[in-house]
Design a binder for this molecule. Structure first.
Ligand code: 4AD
Ligand code: MG
Length: 460
C-alpha cells in the first residue's frame, strides 16, 4: 500500500510502499541500511542480503546519495528511530540513479559553499525542518488573524513612493511617456474603472517605480474599508547591511486596525507572537529536535511581555556598558545586550521622532517622541516587529511628509485617508525570517528563506 513516512504509524505490521530519496546509506556486506526521506519525514529501511533476490541487492549496492527510489517493506516499531518505526525492506526500485559526487556530504561545509548549493542544501534535514517551522508560522499567522477579525488584503509590490525612507529603495524604470500614451483608463464617477476613456495618471508620470519596503500605507487604505486587515508578501530593502539579521528581499506581514491605539496595538502583537510560539512548540516538536533547539526559552514566551520606554531602555543599556546616546536608535549590539537580560520579548516604546518614519503619531505627553514600538525577541535575537499608531490628522501628516523631505504629491491618496473619515488607527509589521531564525535558534536569517537575497548574493 502506498503511504508516506508521516502516516507510517498507521500501518504497523503491514507491507507499505514509499517514494522518496536516498538520504544516506551504509552496508555491512550482509545488511543494507537505507535512510529514506520522502518530504514528510525520514525512515530507515533495513535490507538483508540473504532474504533479497540478488538483482535487488545489486541495485542497493550500486545506489548513490540522493537517488530517487520506490521501496516496499514491512513496518516495525524501532524505539531508537526518530519516528519510532523502521521498515524491513522487501524491494527497491530505482527511479533515477543520481550522478556520482553529490556535493553535500557528511563533512562540515562552510556557509558560502552551502549557499552556493542552496538548491541542494534545502534537502538536508536541518533545512527541511526550518522550512516546516516557517510554514507553521505562516499558517498560525493566518489562523490567528482570521480568528480575530482581520481580512487578508494584498498590497502592491510596485509602488510610486517609499514607505520606510528613501535610502533603502530599489528603483526601476516604469515605462516611458510614450509607452503610457496608448492605454488610458478613467473612473466612471461611481468608483468603477472604465476602459479606454481618456484620463491622466499624474502620480505615475515620473516613469520610476520602487519595490515595496512594506505594504503598510496601502493597508491603511484597506482598513478604512475592512476595519482590520493584514498583508503577507515579499518586500525589498536595498540595505547594504551585511549582518545576520538583514536580507534584501524578505517576507513581511503587516497588520493594521481602525480604532486601535498604541496600547491596543501592542496587545495584538503580544497575542499573535504568543500564539505563534505556542503553535511551533505544539506542532514542530520533531523539527525543533532536529535543529537541537533549546525549548526552555521558548516555553517562557508568555504574556505579559516586558515594556520599556526608549528612555528607560537607553538608560538600562548605558548601565550595561553601552555608549548609546539618549536619543539614538538602538543598534544591533544594543538589542542583543538588552534581550539577554530578560527572558521574555521586550516592547520598546516611544522612540525619538527623529529616528522613525514620517507616518508615526506623536506622543501627546512628549511631542518629540512617537507612539511606536519595536518588539525584541529574547536570547539576543532583537527586533522582530516594528509598529506604531499612525498620524491621523491631515495638516499634521502633510507637514511631516514635508519635514521628512518627501514630495507630498505622490502621497495624495494617502493624505485622502485623513480627509474622508479619518480615525485613530495603528498597525505593525513582522519580519518572517527573523521570527523563523529566533524560533529555530538559528544564528543567521539566510537559512530561514528558501533562496536568500543578500548584498553579495542573488544566486541560485
Ligand atoms: O521596522 P520596519 O522597517 O517597519 C515597517 O516597515 C513598517 N512599515 C511595518 C508596519 O508598521 N506595518 O520592518 C518591520 C520588520 C522589522 O521589525 C524586521 O523584523 C523586519 O521587518 N525587517 C527585516 N528583516 C530582514 N531583513 C531586513 N533587511 C529587514 N528589515 C526589516
Ligand atoms: Mg524597524
Amino acid at each position: 500500500m502506498l503511504t508516506t513516512v508521516s502516516h507510517i504509524h498507521e500501518h504497523l505490521g503491514e507491507t507499505v510502499e514509499l517514494k522518496g530519496w536516498c538520504y544516506n546509506f551504509r552496508s555491512s556486506g550482509k545488511i543494507f541500511f537505507l535512510q529514506l526521506r520522502d518530504g514528510t519525514g525520514r525512515v530507515q529501511v533495513v535490507y538483508s542480503k540473504a532474504e533479497l533476490p540478488s538483482g535487488q541487492w545489486d541495485l542497493l549496492d550500486a545506489l548513490r546519495l540522493e537517488s530517487s527510489v520506490v521501496v516496499t517493506g514491512v513496518v516495525k516499531t524501532e524505539p531508537r528511530a526518530p519516528s519510532g518505526f523502521e521498515l524491513a525492506g522487501l524491494s527497491v526500485q530505482v527511479v533515477h540513479l543520481a550522478h556520482e559526487g553529490y556535493p553535500i556530504g557528511k563533512k562540515e561545509h562552510g556557509p558560502e559553499f552551502l549557499l552556493d548549493n542552496r538548491h541542494l542544501w534545502l534537502r538536508a534535514e536541518s533545512q527541511w525542518a526550518v522550512q516546516r517551522v516557517r510554514d507553521r508560522i505562516i499558517t498560525s499567522t493566518y489562523e490567528w488573524f482570521h480568528e480575530n477579525g482581520f481580512i487578508k488584503f494584498d498590497t502592491p509590490i510596485l509602488t510610486p513612493t517609499s514607505c520606510e525612507g528613501t535610502t533603502e529603495l530599489f528603483e526601476m524604470e516604469y515605462f516611458s511617456e510614450e509607452d503610457k500614451g496608448g492605454q488610458r483608463s478613467a473612473e466612471d464617477g461611481k468608483g468603477r474603472l472604465g476602459k479606454g476613456e481618456p484620463g491622466e495618471d499624474a502620480a505615475s508620470a515620473g516613469g520610476k517605480a520602487y519595490l515595496a519596503q512594506s505594504g503598510q500605507l496601502y493597508l491603511e487604505a484597506g482598513i478604512m474599508s475592512l476595519g482590520r486587515a493584514f498583508d503577507f508578501g515579499p518586500v525589498f530593502r536595498a540595505e547594504k547591511s551585511k549582518t545576520r539579521r538583514h536580507l534584501t528581499e524578505f517576507w513581511m506581514m503587516d497588520a493594521e486596525a481602525a480604532f486601535v491605539e498604541h496600547e491596543g496595538n501592542m496587545a495584538i502583537q503580544e497575542a499573535l507572537i504568543c500564539r505563534i510560539v505556542e503553535d511551533v512548540l505544539k506542532h514542530c516538536a520533531y523539527e525543533l529536535k532536529v535543529l537541537e533547539r533549546d525549548l526552555e526559552p521558548l516555553k517562557k514566551v508568555q504574556a505579559p511581555f516586558v515594556h520599556l520606554t526608549h528612555e528607560e531602555a537607553t538608560k538600562k543599556l548605558r548601565e550595561l556598558g553601552s555608549d548609546i546616546g539618549e536619543r539614538a536608535d538602538l543598534g544591533a549590539d544594543d538589542e542583543t545586550l538588552l534581550t539577554q537580560h530578560y527572558d521574555r520579548p521586550i516592547f520598546i516604546e516611544k522612540y525619538p521622532a527623529e529616528v522613525k518614519a514620517f507616518y508615526m503619531k506623536r506622543d501627546p505627553d512628549d511631542d518629540t517622541r512617537v507612539l511606536n514600538n519595536d518588539l525584541l525577541a529574547p536570547e539576543g535575537y532583537g527586533e522582530i516587529i516594528g509598529g506604531s499608531q499612525r498620524e491621523d490628522d491631515y495638516e499634521t501628516l502633510l507637514k511631516r511628509i514635508r519635514d521628512h523631505g518627501l514630495d507630498p504629491e505622490p502621497f495624495d491618496w494617502y493624505l485622502d485617508l485623513r480627509r474622508y473619515g479619518s480615525v485613530p488607527h495603528s498597525g505593525f509589521g513582522y519580519g518572517l525570517e527573523r521570527i523563523v531564525a529566533w524560533t529555530c535558534g538559528l544564528h543567521h536569517v539566510r537559512e530561514t528563506i528558501p533562496f536568500p537575497r543578500l548584498v553579495n548574493r542573488i544566486h541560485p
